[in-house]
Design a protein around this ligand. Sequence first.
Ligand SMILES: *Cc1c(COP(=O)(O)O)cnc(C)c1O
Length: 412
Amino acid sequence: MIEDVRSGTRAFLTEAERWSAQNYRPLPVVLERGEGVWVWDVEGNRYLDMLAAYSALNQGHRHPRIVRAAIDQLDRLTVTSRAFHNDQMGPFLHELCRLAGFQKALPMNTGAEAVETALKMVRKWGHEVKGVPENQGEIIVCEGNFAGRTITIISFSSEEQYRAGFGPFTPGFRTIPYGDAGALEEAIGERTVGFLVEPIQGEGGVVVPPDGYLREVREICDRHRVALMADEIQTGLGRTGRLFCCDWENVRPDVLILGKALGGGVYPVSAVVADAEHMDVFRPGDHGSTFGGNPLAAAIGLASLKVIVEEDLPRRAAELGAWFLDRLRSVESPHVAEVRGKGLMIGVVIAESSGPARAFCEALMARGILAKETHHQVVRFAPPLTIGKDILEDALEAIAPVLRGDGVAFTT
Ligand SMILES: *Cc1c(COP(=O)(O)O)cnc(C)c1O
């Protein structure tokens, strides 16, 4: 693929490869501008962004209302630290809690920090409120989970590469199969304090659990007084066709973890949302973040939420997603093993015999579509939720031939 890349691009690739740690293997495209669902590379080529920064861009690139809020706030006050109050954090968290239907929120920056915050909260709750001996609480997680890259979070990853060489690991986690409510019931013991679950596994390969799974899990957690933590960092904020993916089954977790689109594609903003029973285990000095809840983040977070609600992005995702899923399923190809997803979070599983999904992503790029493989065999389609049906229709014209093998550099 690199051989096809023209000279302007090559200079940037060479420089980045020389100076950047090699912890990623990006597609060989160098972007310099974005607007809505579109991005442009340094050669002036336009691409449809169907990754949307892993759902950090549900509102699209540089949404005018979010950029406006950011600029206005840049002109007033940016960072204060939590040593002082600022006039933006309260209104942001108030709106977040109102939309999510919870009593309190704790603002952080990245998704991994929000997950860590939730784990700390539930461990402490388990001791102080549930009465599990101190430092002995156990948290149950699922195979195939993705919750970030900190040492504690990779401690419970089932992905060998995420862990290899990074130990020693944090204890206190127990892994069960995903989508199996019976396994949760069996795994719960006297020291279990929480269950962490993604309503749909994103990085795990867009894995959709059986219908009713979340409802069963909710019931089991209630029965054993286990805190249900929903990691909706990727599924939340409209992506799957509801404001939160748990809404599909009318399930209210005890702890809701948000990030990515909470920053509107402009800034890292994450948060943990819960009721007082869980949140109030945090007392002054227990936990914190220098940048968490800063006025710039809060202004952007509030604008990001308003765009999602006022532009009805969950409903758009539901309607367009159902239609798009259907159209993708109608593509007949020996290379496609399965098409799955919900809303505009869709995974096309490439047959093992057709080689890794990466070659399909490279062929899509050559046709002006940016998508990225996840979990080796899955091409994920998750465009900004602001996308128009006409644009998706055109995209299908480019996607269908690639799924049938056109322009794919097969390695097997
Ligand atoms: C992306 C993601 C995270 C981690 O978020 P970062 O901002 O990269 O730390 C956690 N959980 C899920 C489900 C994610 O998709």
